[in-house]
Design a protein around this ligand. Structure first.
Ligand SMILES: [Zn+2]
Length: 352
């Protein structure tokens, strides 16, 4: 599935770029700004099996994007300024926000020096269980289970199934199959139980990934003192909010803000919904975020910002800097709004 989608995406990007369509579509699709989504920023790794590679870009690519944005006359702004420009009636220059989800330590090690050098504002959305060292990076644990074994057993819909995963391509297939099957289970707890069970049986220590990959509170607090930084909420347990009861969803959002405030002394004004696609955050979550007083909340629904988004400040789209497409011409097509306009069938706001 992902392979096919990838091929279409890549062909689509190339087609838009080389036909120049992203330029002539610009008056219709350009929007007023964009929020970019990043996760890991680190040097490329050699392994053939990297199912989560879409979640990382290299420091070189990040720097190239910053330079290109500035050269294109796009202002890099923080989330408060983004909010101001969306809600203020006067026209301003096009803008972009750099946002990093999950609070990975590589953000501090590799991204921060670049951001600092270019004076680029950025936001970090922190799931508080990660610096509390109680978080489950279940997608990383699933990757480790498959990477370290040639065959794994799993009960799928009451049936014992075995998956051969000897080669990198078999591992990729098995990862995709289990990942998407688990994502479609009814509740967040169902998905967690699948990965917890695999991790226990194949001796993968889920808690270790948190310690290894994520910043601790001291590091986050230190970063938060830089005026370039905005610390935003990303729930406590990084749950897909649509997959838990309303009370739990509200508690996840509210509690994460309270924990961040006690750690850095500032109540976070901005939120990012974990996973953030239409199956993970919807109208119920957008309403709760608004009630809780967040100024903005971001999804991972693809799109650029239009003036109409001022009425949907807790359902903002983003443009993902995907590690599979680390080419500036893809970013150019994405920021033109052309690719996402086609994806969204030229509908500007997607908040349903
Ligand atoms: Zn996240």
């Amino acid at each position: 599935m992902a392979g096919l989608k990838k091929a279409i995406l890549r062909t689509g990007f190339e087609a838009l770029y080389f036909s120049g369509s992203h330029v002539w579509l610009r008056p219709f699709v350009a929007g007023i700004g964009a929020i970019l989504t990043l996760h890991h920023v680190r040097p490329p790794r050699r392994e053939a099996f990297q199912p989560n590679r879409l979640l990382e870009v290299t420091p070189t690519f990040l720097e190239a994007v910053i330079v290109r944005l500035r050269r294109a006359g796009i202002d890099l702004v923080n989330l408060d300024e983004m909010h101001r420009r969306l809600t203020a009636p006067q026209r301003s220059r096009r803008f972009a926000c750099l946002t990093f989800d999950d609070g990975y330590r590589d953000n501090l090690e590799y991204a921060y020096p670049i951001l600092k050098k270019h004076g680029a504002p950025f936001a970090l959305y922190i799931p508080t269980s990660f610096p509390d060292r109680l978080g489950e990076l279940w997608w990383v644990a699933l990757e480790a289970v498959i990477a370290r074994n040639d065959r794994i057993g799993l009960v799928v819909e009451g049936e014992d199934r075995n998956f051969d995963c000897r080669t990198a391509s078999e591992k990729r297939e098995v990862y995709e199959a289990i990942y998407w099957w688990a994502r479609r289970l009814p509740s967040e707890e169902d998905l967690r139980n699948v990965v917890r069970d695999l991790a226990t049986r194949y001796q993968v220590d889920i808690a270790a990934f948190c310690r290894e990959l994520c910043m601790d509170w001291n590091e986050i607090e230190e970063l938060s003192r830089d005026p370039l930084a905005t610390i935003g909420a990303h729930t406590v347990n990084h749950v897909r909010l649509t997959k838990v009861a309303e009370k739990a969803a509200r508690a996840e959002m509210r509690q994460s803000a309270a924990v961040i405030e006690s750690a850095i002394g500032k109540w976070p004004q901005h939120l990012s919904y974990p996973v953030g696609d239409a199956t993970s955050a919807g109208p119920r979550e957008f309403a709760i975020a608004r009630e809780l007083g967040f100024k903005t909340a971001v999804t991972t629904r693809p799109g650029v910002l239009f003036p109409e988004h001022r009425d949907h400040l807790t359902a903002l789209p983003r443009i993902s800097l995907n590690g599979e497409y680390q080419q500036l011409r893809y970013v150019e097509v994405l920021l033109s709004g052309a690719a996402t306009a086609i994806l969204n069938k030229f509908r500007r706001v997607d908040a349903a």
